[in-house]
Ligand binder design. Structure first.
Ligand code: HSE
Length: 437
């Protein structure tokens, strides 16, 4: 069989890694795909820039439109990032009958509904394994491996840069900015690193995971997003003392009222495997009704880890190029006409536990006041810790609550803030037990 010709858009970190993996493992990959896979064309902004890969034998161009319309190219691999030019090129590739592989989570989270509908009409595939959790085959696992389950919830550390920063700050007392610079040098961070530290990148990925887990359209605009930039050493240390790790987590859960879709720093009991996922590693914990809890772990960013997922998608597409489109795995795991319109819940309606850090005067009745406000709002306390400040007659009170609804907690926090004896803002970090039942 003739080799499949691939046109690459982007020759940066992931593009270069993809060329290297495809060249190095060409023989092994051909044995799997049943035919050779060659990169025949590649577009880059500056074709004379030094690369991490060899480009001999590849027709290089600075015009990506030429690649997506070239009659020789069967699969277009989009690795340029962003969601404006990438969207245009992907739609053009589809209109020209090309199959598409992309690592672009922003593109899929924001424009996936439009892109999949165009692909469906044209009978081509759009594969996006590398868009979520780098090298971990989490899309395949949920979409195919767990197809017999009703997924109840999933929770993941799905931004490598953020996890790398939190780990280095905790273990080596390094400051935020220097770890972020290192993540950029290692090719982990987004072009705009606020996407990593403010949770936008994780929200893109969680949006995709929720859609394939629950069979709902992509709804990035409804995801609640909070980053790691306000996490302090003090809270990391108190969390450790109480037996928790603070991780930046994406959580999506099916409830009777709707679907929770939220990204925020989260305390997780240290005994959970996922609480011990450090550095650039990602992990996704998926709870299915039949299988129970399953955990997927691996490198969440980096040239070859991400290329591993890109190449797997190319192989998948190469294998099914000639099959009837109706028999392929649907883009969002469920048949397009069977997607559900169950609502995404506003953050006020989600259910979780909380870690609170309150600075207050160390005097009679303060603790009683705070705990009665919590009780009035139906919030039950799980554990508590009080630390004397010593010099200014204030104390730090740490409270861990049982599960409650976020709006009850907002109400309680408003009243606690209003107490004269409370000094400054109350720190509130959500807490998830992530138990199997
Ligand atoms: N910036 C992303 C991360 C790259 O750090 O996880 C992989 O999507």
């Amino acid at each position: 069989m003739k080799p499949v010709k691939v046109g690459l858009l982007g020759l940066g970190t992931v593009g270069g890694g993809t060329v290297n993996v495809l060249q190095r493992n060409a023989e092994e990959i051909a044995r799997r795909a049943g035919r050779g896979i060659i990169i025949s064309h590649a577009a880059a902004r500056d074709i004379n820039k030094p690369r991490i890969c060899r480009t001999d034998g590849i027709e290089l161009t600075e015009n990506p439109n030429g690649v997506v319309t070239d009659p020789d190219v069967s699969i277009v691999v989009e690795l340029i990032g962003g969601d404006t030019l990438a969207r245009e090129l992907v739609l053009k590739a589809i209109a020209n009958g090309k199959h598409v592989v992309t690592a672009n989570k922003a593109l899929i989270a924001k424009h996936g509904n439009e892109i999949f509908s165009a692909a469906q009409k044209k009978g081509v595939m759009v594969a996006f394994e590398a868009a979520v959790a780098g090298g971990i085959p989490i899309i395949k696992a949920i979409r195919e491996g767990l197809a017999g389950n009703k997924i109840e919830w999933l929770a993941g550390i799905i931004n490598g840069t953020g996890n790398f920063i939190l780990t280095e700050m905790r273990d080596k007392q390094r400051d935020f900015d220097s770890v972020l610079s290192e993540a950029q040098r290692l090719g982990y961070a987004e072009a705009d690193p606020t996407f990593d530290v403010e949770g936008i990148d994780a929200a893109h990925k969680l949006t995709i995971l929720a859609s394939i887990a629950f069979g709902i359209p992509l709804q990035f605009e409804k995801a609640y997003t909070e980053g790691i930039s306000k996490i302090t050493r003090e809270d990391v240390d108190y969390a450790t003392e109480l037996g928790y790790s603070i991780k930046h987590l994406g959580v999506t859960r099916r409830t009777e009222k709707g679907i929770e879709l939220r990204v925020h720093p989260t305390l997780i009991p240290k005994r959970r495997l996922i609480a011990n996922v450090d550095g650039v590693m990602n992990a996704v914990l998926v709870k299915g009704d039949a299988v129970g809890s399953t955990l997927y772990y691996g490198a969440g960013a980096g040239a070859e880890a991400t290329a591993s997922a890109v190449v797997a998608d190319i192989v998948d597409v190469a294998r099914v190029l000639t099959t009837d489109p109706g028999n392929r795995v649907p883009h969002l795991a469920f048949q397009p006409e069977s997607l559900s319109n169950v609502p995404i819940l506003p953050i006020d309606e989600i259910e979780t536990s909380y870690y609170l850090r309150i600075t207050a005067s160390d005097e009679t009745g303060v603790l009683a006041n705070i705990t009665s406000i919590l009780a009035d709002n139906d919030i039950s306390i799980d554990s508590m810790l009080q630390k004397e400040h010593g010099k200014d007659n204030t104390a730090t009170i740490i409270i861990v609550t049982h599960t409650t609804i976020e709006k009850y907690m907002n109400n309680a926090l408003e009243k606690i803030h209003a107490l004269d004896v409370v000094d400054g803002d109350v720190v509130r970090i959500r807490l998830e037990h992530l138990d199997a039942d």
